[in-house]
Design a binder for this molecule. Structure first.
Ligand code: HEM
Ligand SMILES: *C1O[C@H](CO)[C@@H](O)[C@H](O)[C@H]1NC(C)=O
Ligand SMILES: *[C@@H]1O[C@H](CO)[C@@H](O)[C@H](O)[C@H]1NC(C)=O
Ligand SMILES: *[C@@H]1O[C@H](CO)[C@@H](O)[C@H](O)[C@H]1NC(C)=O
Ligand SMILES: *[C@@H]1O[C@H](CO)[C@@H](O)[C@H](O)[C@H]1NC(C)=O
Length: 519
């Protein structure tokens, strides 16, 4: 009797258990937590993850992993799950089909401190805040008419660079540095160029002051840090990243405050409607004073936006110029061809202007090919899924870090013939050549990213890279310094992939004194 009862009881418990399990499975399914495995990848240690195994040569290690595990693999860095996607099909799932889910970011500790708690475009979480501030940036600041209106400010900086190079003819110069300074000064000038109090672009003016701050800032941003991977340790701030970031922020903040305050005082004195000064600062201040609450921004947001432009725009564009010059020095016949094109279109009696750019087809192909073979952000800017989802049959957990390997995809041999060769011709003419642009709509070529988080700086970046490049090529002939007859094309791993050894080249005057005197 008692045995029977306990047997009965056992059956009941078993039945309940089965029902519970079924319910649980059903609910999981209802929650869309379909059981799919995580992508393949190395096991690593439970707590530290794969971190201790990644030696100095991160780049090399990643290549090995990608070869071993294929187009999607996972990697535990500390307690952070990273997923690397390197096929166009899977990238399309991320940037197109699941764009909404994948449009969050995962700022490092340094990045969020330096952007006033991710108050900028690049690091803010997707949502109304991000949508609004991005819209302001694209519509109000980077509208075609605004970009055109500040052409003279960019031009002045390119002219300064030509003048500077002229005094250095015959001597080796560091192309990356020249390109960086030109881009940087051009941005500074576009931001507060019109101001009478602050002379932008001077090597010893505001430009120089902010340059020093910003190189510290870039260095800090480039280094992933232990606290980012092991949040448990973050509050101890072992490496002092938080402290350093706060120090740099304080410096940058003081500087930006004084700029904005000075301009505000000028406005108070001279009135708001001073249209001679439609630089970015002016536009931002107009927005700040704007009554329309959708458009109005406060001072902190202004500063975060300025940080985005300077940090997001300079290093990337300058790296593109350096790689293009490196490839041209490596391929002298291409150098000759592009210089001839520029001479044809511009003429040897004038300097290049931005209005010439649409006619410089070969130059455009060179820029596109440079961004294919050497995308400045080869792993894009990592995305963070806002919910767990499935990509390529694998489960991608909410809040992990997703890298798109642009570099790998843009070298896919199924799409690009001899993918490792620098061949601008592939972007020239014909249906084949014309189908590529920077929009990111085609996931075989997306140096500026793709989807709703695509780089909003494209129109300006495209103009500036081409304009600087064309000006360097038209005004000067370039050759490698004696003893350096080979161009070293190895890459150095970082957030922005630079050349491992900085490119040195020697400029020789190509246009007459008369023409260059106009610079
Ligand atoms: C050759 C130059 C440049 C390259 C290669 C480049 C590339 C990129 C890439 C790959 C992304 C991430 C897109 C994604 O997540 O899919 C990005 C985002 C961004 N870029 Fe650029 N960029 C360049 C120049 C610029 C310039 C000149 C500016 C500013 C004027 C700029 C501002 C930004 C901003 C604000 C974002 C964040 C967008 C968001 O998260 O919504 N970039 N860029
Ligand atoms: C972390 O930050 C410190 C200080 O900026 C730096 O020296 C270090 O290389 C960074 N990265 C790692 C992985 O330790
Ligand atoms: C991305 O792809 C390139 C080229 O195939 C490879 O060298 C690199 O290591 C890959 N990076 C990652 C993080 O998988
Ligand atoms: C500026 O606006 C943002 C977003 O609306 C807000 O979070 C922030 O606290 C404001 N900052 C100041 C200094 O008012
Ligand atoms: C322009 O000058 C270069 C260098 O002196 C010369 O090789 C080229 O033929 C000239 N082109 C034209 C169209 O005058």
């Amino acid at each position: 009797m008692s045995a029977n009862l306990s047997e009965n009881y056992l059956y009941q418990v078993l039945l309940l258990l089965i029902v519970a399990i079924l319910c649980w499975l059903w609910m999981r399914k209802g929650n869309k937590l379909v059981v799919a495995p995580l992508p393949p990848g190395p096991r690593g240690l439970p707590i530290a993850g794969y971190l201790p195994f990644l030696g100095k040569n991160l780049h090399h290690e990643f290549t090995k992993l990608a070869q071993e595990y294929g187009p999607i693999y996972k990697l535990w860095l500390g307690s952070k799950l990273c997923i690397v996607v390197s096929s166009p099909t899977l990238a399309k799932q991320v940037c197109r089909d699941l764009d909404v889910v994948f449009s969050n970011r995962d700022p490092t500790i340094a990045a969020s401190i330096l952007t006033y708690n991710a108050m900028d475009i690049a690091w803010s979480s997707s949502g109304p805040y991000w949508r609004n501030i991005r819209k302001l940036f694209v519509r109000e600041m980077l509208s075609n008419s605004n970009i055109d209106a500040c052409y003279h400010l960019r031009r002045q900086q390119v002219m300064n660079t030509i003048k500077h190079l002229r005094t250095n003819c015959g001597l080796p110069v560091e192309i990356g540095k020249i390109a960086f300074l030109t881009e940087f000064n051009a941005f500074i000038s576009m931001i507060w160029g019109g101001s009478s109090t602050f002379k932008g672009g001077d090597h010893d003016g505001v430009g120089a002051e902010f340059h020093a701050i910003s190189s510290k800032l870039l260095r800090l941003l480039e280094l992933p840090n232990i606290s980012d991977f092991l949040p448990i340790l973050a509050r101890f701030d072992f490496q002092g990243v938080k402290r350093q970031a706060n120090e740099i922020l304080a410096e940058a903040d003081g500087f930006l405050n004084s700029l904005i305050d000075t301009r505000e005082k000028e406005r108070a004195k001279n009135g708001v409607g001073d249209f001679g000064k439609r630089d970015f600062l002016q536009i931002l201040l107009d927005l700040k004073d704007c009554q329309d609450s959708d458009k109005s921004i406060n001072k902190t947001q202004m500063k975060a936006l300025i940080m985005d432009i300077l940090v997001g725009g300079t290093d990337t564009s300058a790296t593109a110029v350096e790689w293009a010059m490196a490839e041209l020095l490596h391929n002298p016949e291409m150098m000759k061809r592009v210089q001839e094109e520029i001479s044809q279109v511009v003429g040897n009696k004038s300097l290049v202007e931005e209005t010439h750019l649409p006619k410089l087809r070969y130059l455009d192909a060179i820029v596109k090919e440079t961004l294919r073979l050497h995308p400045p952000l080869p792993l894009n800017v990592p995305r963070r899924p806002s919910e767990t989802c499935i990509v390529g049959g694998y489960s991608i957990p909410k809040d992990c870090k997703v890298f798109l390997n642009t570099s790998a995809i843009q070298r896919d041999p199924d799409v690009w013939e001899n993918p490792l060769e620098f061949r601008p011709e592939r972007f020239l003419g014909g249906e084949e050549g014309n189908k590529w642009d920077f929009s990111g709509n085609n996931l075989h070529y997306f140096p500026f990213g793709s989807g709703r988080r695509v780089c909003p700086g494209i129109p300006l970046a495209e103009k500036m890279v081409s304009y600087i490049l064309a000006s360097l090529l038209h005004s000067f002939d370039w050759h490698l310094p004696k003893g350096g007859e080979e161009v070293d094309l190895t890459e150095e791993f970082g957030i922005v992939v630079k050349k491992k050894t900085p490119l040195l080249a020697v400029p020789m005057q190509r246009l007459s004194d008369e023409v260059l005197d106009h610079a």
